[in-house]
Design a protein around this ligand. Sequence first.
Ligand SMILES: [Zn+2]
Length: 463
Amino acid sequence: MESVPTIHFLGAARCVTGSKFLLQTAEGTTLVDCGLFQGLKELRERNWQPFPYPAAQIDQIILTHAHIDHTGYLPRLAKEGFRGQVYCTPSTAELLGLLLPDCGHLQEDDARYAAKKSFSKHSPPLPLFTEQDARASLRLLRPVSFSQPVKLGDGLTFSYHPTGHILGAGSLEIRVGDTRLWFSGDLGRYHDEVMNPPTPGGEADYIFIESTYGNRLHAGRDVSTDLADVINRTVRRGGTLLIPAFAIGRTQTMLYHIRQLEDAGRIPRLPIFIDSPMAVDASALYCRFGREENLKLDLTMTDDDCCPLRCRDTTFVRTPEESKRINDLRTPAIIIAASGMATGGRVVHHLANRLPDKRNTVLLVGYQADGTRGRALSNGDKKLKIHGQFVPVRAEIASISGLSAHGDQRDLLRWLSGFRRAPRRVFLIHGEDDGLNGLSDQVRENLKWPVHIPNHLERVELH
Ligand SMILES: [Zn+2]
């Protein structure tokens, strides 16, 4: 039996999606996060490759938070024979009940669409997993509260610590005998009006930290001014503002900021369409878990009317028919739709409809990974490929980085500085080259800690 713990980087190594870290110890095999690859085709194809380790031999999975790039491979792994327990925080379990079946449903839709247009190389096109597979995998979830240590064997324990970011998000402290590991999960920001800052780490021999914005600083100026400006100039042109946003987290925060601007009279009261059946359920969950450690605002006592996460004239759109009816709307409005990087979901159809008109604005508020439509827009591409056809980009493309759910370089360093002693090594994960190199330089220069940027499928002994 192996006595030195090893970590095998099965995803989010030199990219921002597909988070999967296989920890092998004398006590068993644990997968930290079980994310789907998104973005570039060569990354998405990894979802279809055989899993590099027998699924049935993984003893348990521990999830840091609900986002699909950290959880969306779970139904596939369960389909391939994984039968262990899946640990997550209680609100993450509820969010996954919304996210995973929706993800399966989208996979089925895409497969059907590809069959109709016959642009798939699979024949007939297959979904990675179905809605039913996703529902089946939910039965494996075992909710665990923050700061409650869980013993997985004689020498293996873990506990969650809140990181802001989204409801349910935690960093993960794992003890393997005397060795202490700490996975950051996704870290939120230290200055956010809705979410709390990440809690500081304790002691660790090995730290695994996300590096999404490892080379960047969010604009120091007040985000509400930028948001008011972009809304007001779109309204003056008679256009519509389209915001691609994750249904969970970003959508609620956007609603909060827009509501604040409405109440202060800094923007006109506009019809707001939340075009996501999931977002309405997610908003309800934010209220149900209204006192969770991740939330700065206490949302427990709010009803629909005074909920700060809802604007005055908000329509939650559930059915595809209602969604299509928004296409006919030609007066100023705000549409918020998933997915956040425009890789799929209803926002794709809204982009096809709104991009050709120069009165409209597409506002990017989150990280846009390489290879996504969101990245193409932020790069200034003049046409965008949507379902095999090119759509001209005439609308204004704006972005506000201060609304990100991820901390910037300063936030990441601040979280690292909270550890009580230097670790033996820091592994930089969940970043693209610029972010990884930027953070690596800072950690070496400011903290003088040894840093390693692992490659995909690299395996490292922790001794
Ligand atoms: Zn996340």
